[in-house]
Design a protein around this ligand. Sequence first.
Ligand SMILES: [Zn+2]
Length: 349
Amino acid sequence: MSSGAVLAPSVSRNTAPAPRNLAPWHRPIIRGVSGKPFASSADLAEKTATLEELADGVYAYTAEGDPNVGCIVGTDAVLAIEARATPLMAERWIDVIRTFTDLPFGDLVLTHYHAVRVLGASAFKARRIVAHRATAEWIEERGAEDWASEQGRMPRLFAGAETIPGLTRPTHTFDEAMLIDLGNRVVELRWLGRGHTAGDLVAWLANERICFAGDLVEARAAPYMGDAHIAEWRGATLDAVASLGAEQLVGGRGPVVRGAAVEQAIGDTRAFLSAVLDGTRAVKEAGGTPAEAYRSTRAELEPRYGAFPIFEHTMPFNVQRAWDELDRIDHPRIWTVERDRAVWEALTA
Ligand SMILES: [Zn+2]
């Protein structure tokens, strides 16, 4: 298979049974007083997934703005990147992997702690679950709250929620870097600074110049900043991602980007973060409110980013975190179902 070829033009995954364990907050569509549907609660249309082979044995599976996953086939095991939100959702991806390899999963690599990327882990039966140390700490601190929050915000991604056995806990962590030798290639896991969370890692294939960037970079999708260290992310951390010199990059959401589009995706992400942080600062310094900061930054970003997946979903949470960071709250406040609703109502009213 040649580099960049699309293996299967589209893999439909619209056979989801409805989740059976609907929590009290989990209603199909919830509108705030402004009439805006809460987060992604009204996003119920299935996306078309696309499998691409980026280099021999290196795969990305993207889905029109839904969270991306990937895998790398080694000599005697497969390294999986991200686990999806539920074991059922993971099984659909594993079914695709089984069309090109029967090898077992050695390492399951989690780019960060968010529920939508980690709670499907049990389906892989991997020998190790690898993440940054801060990711393990955040799962202990706020994994349960994040699970409830994300399921309420993005119910469609939690098909088969009843198959989740509990929180996903990494079995192996690192601080700066970790090398995984797959026999036929070495995968570098690197922590490049605080960003989308405190513990984002990138998976880097130096020879192939392929970067799996997690949510540090979004390609034609809106960044989520609710748990972010925004000033560091838009500065040194994205500088470090850019300096890798990736020729192909798989962001957290959106299509695989190549060549000049890598720089574009990093630049779009950085510009978005700056607009939210600087726009919020301007309103705050003028004595305004978070709701005013939401309205002005949303209006500024809408022409360029408004059609990107999860734009409307992320903006209230993005502005609230920017406000908190400007208030010198270094450790992002925990999102709960109740806080999600309160912030949504307050900012979008
Ligand atoms: Zn995330």
